[in-house]
Design a binder for this molecule. Sequence first.
Ligand code: FES
Ligand code: FES
Length: 167
Amino acid sequence: MNHDILGRQQLYPVTIEVNGRSRRGHSTTRMLLSDYLRHELGLTGTHVGCEHGVCGACTVQLDGVACRSCLTLAVQADGRRVDTVESLAGEGGVLSELQAAFKRHHALQCGFCTAGILMSSTDWLQRLRQQGRKPSEQDVRDMLSGHLCRCTGYAPIVKALMEVADA
Ligand code: FES
Ligand code: FES
């Protein structure tokens, strides 16, 4: 019996512009983008929790839009742009505005959920700014409903996001 009838073990070249740099690696047809980033490219800032789209820990940006990398196949990202949490800090590790606000407000404990929240929030805040809108606290809480923090430290996360949204 042919166990590889779907070509599941065959490797395909995948080239993605990751954090502004073209990166080439190999993936089976079934490899998740989250696994590709972590294991093939060594970008372990993207965390993996539930692996079925619920917790939000694996969130990255695909062509500038927040997406669950555990629900995306690596081959689907071929030829596209992916930004991970490693892209947020600037030269010499200077924290982004949002990262600095998280630090100021102690908005992380174990940090497992943090990368995903930062990537969703960065995309969301940018779109609100483009529309000239400021979110209410309820808007922030609604956006965060797509992310689970097992340490349950939501209050400082909301404060950090409100501060940046109001700036
Ligand atoms: S690991 Fe992707 S949503 Fe939980
Ligand atoms: S800070 Fe620990 S899961 Fe959110």
